[in-house]
Design a protein around this ligand. Structure first.
Ligand SMILES: [Mg+2]
Length: 253
């Protein structure tokens, strides 16, 4: 069945069921793509924990200041990945090489530090408040999938260790696809993998304007910006929905 035919049929079914077209419009999403980090998973906590452990193993003094320096380096590198200038495989070591250089230390141990950090990060399956509840609420009525820019072994391990597994059809990781959000190829890959061709019944939920919202808008699916810090939308992107806590998704879906 093609997309427009299916939409017409859904409206007819809704009319038969006594629902108005306006109500039907709110209800017509079928596939929800979730970003992982900062949306369902508390990445900040996992990152802090992993860095602290890795530093201890390598006799580096951990501090909040060190964490801030690491985060600055790391987020600049992930921004470069979104632009297609660097791969996630390169990021793994480069962020630690840069950090050690900034600290005036020998960067020869960067690959080992990177590996120890990843091992600990892979165990950090901490969830954002309300993540499990909203997924449990949505799963009976929507198809759910995760679309994440990240390192395959880390994302797979954290997802598998989380209580979210039963609610999701697929976990799609940029490293396995070869393209990252906001590139349309990763959205296309997800739709193909899920056998869902209808963009108008698909929505992405994510905390990043640069990858999730820009990617969703460019690909032509609905967008829901999860914005818990009430940040300013400084990219001028026209998102369809904005929520400040995950339970507010229940008002849209
Ligand atoms: Mg995110």
């Amino acid at each position: 069945m093609n997309c427009s035919r299916m939409d017409v049929n859904m409206v007819m079914l809704d009319r038969l069921a006594g629902r108005s077209v306006a109500e039907a419009h709110v209800m017509d999403y079928e596939l929800i793509l979730f970003d992982a980090d900062g949306t369902l998973f508390d990445y900040d906590r996992a990152e802090r924990h992993a860095l602290e452990k890795a530093c201890r193993m390598h006799r580096l003094e951990y501090s909040e200041r060190l964490l801030e320096r690491y985060r600055k380096i790391n987020s600049a590198l992930w921004r470069q990945l979104e632009e297609g200038f660097i791969t996630s495989a390169e990021i793994r070591v480069e962020r630690f090489r840069s950090l050690l250089c900034e600290l005036g230390l020998d960067a020869a141990s960067a690959p080992e530090l990177a590996q120890d950090y990843l091992s600990h990060l892979a165990q950090g399956a901490y969830l954002i408040d309300g993540a499990e509840e909203i997924c449990r609420y949505l799963a009976p009525n929507y198809r759910l999938a995760i679309l994440t820019n990240g390192i395959q072994e880390v994302q797979t391990s954290r997802f598998q260790a989380s209580p979210l597994v039963p609610y999701f059809d697929r976990l799609i990781i940029s490293e396995e696809v070869g393209f990252s959000k906001p590139r349309p190829e990763i959205f296309e890959y997800a739709m193909n993998a899920l056998g869902h061709r209808c963009r108008s019944t698909t929505m992405i939920v994510g905390d990043s304007l640069t990858s999730d919202m820009r990617g969703g808008i460019n690909y032509g699916i609905a967008t829901c910006w999860y914005n818990p810090q009430a940040r300013e939308n400084d990219m001028g992107l026209e998102v369809d929905h904005e929520i400040y806590s995950l339970d507010q998704l229940g008002r849209i879906l």
